[in-house]
Design a protein around this ligand. Sequence first.
Ligand code: PEP
Length: 252
Amino acid sequence: MRPLIVIGNWKMNGSLASNADWVKTVCRGMEQGMPSGRQYAFCAPFPYLSQCGQLIRDCSLAFLTLGAQDVSAHTAGAYTGEVAASMLKEMACKFVIVGHSERRQLHQETDELVAEKALQALDCGMTPVICVGESADERNSGREVEVVRGQIAKQVAVLQDRLADCLIAYEPIWAIGTGQVASAQLAQDMHRAIRLQLAEFDADVASHVGILYGGSVKPDNAVELFAMPDIDGGLIGGASLNPQDFLAICQA
Ligand code: PEP
């Protein structure tokens, strides 16, 4: 049985004061009781990981953990501006988002680089959240499954059975930050296609891997999405900035 996992992606938002308010509000809300067997995390910008790590240690809810939004594909050395997986691990990160569409589009990240980043996270004992998804043009021309299969195939080629220790986030680019959420059935269909593709490689890996949906998830659409058999939770952008909305999605 795969646990339901909800991960917030704060993107480039936050401040020392607002982070403290957010974590305290979410902790207080979660202390009132949460559905059992679920995991929750939020991915803060690099400079705030230390602060957020301390805040969630103070809150001490085992099911609420921390993540990062990116990681270097290199272990250490002359890579100005990059952040190594070992550093994220020291900041108590449990999850690392890799291959978010904003990084693929704005920083020309390739599937090969994304897989290298995932390996770095795995080698340091963290769970990579590997983002895949098609653009509006690709969907409108009927190529969405082909595009996502291509992205997954590159991850399978590099990560092999280590994929069992990863999460995949299906994030259709046309749904990210647009308010245009995929219908639960549309998302389920792609999640199913991804799981069947993983099963072509290894049935065990396919049944273990959590596949999260991301793209305009809000409190009012989370219940229907999370009820789908191949949707194992969500990667939440905009709505995760509001602690009450994040809590409501976590409770969905
Ligand atoms: C994201 O950035 O990963 C995301 C899913 O954003 P949003 O929820 O705002 O669409």
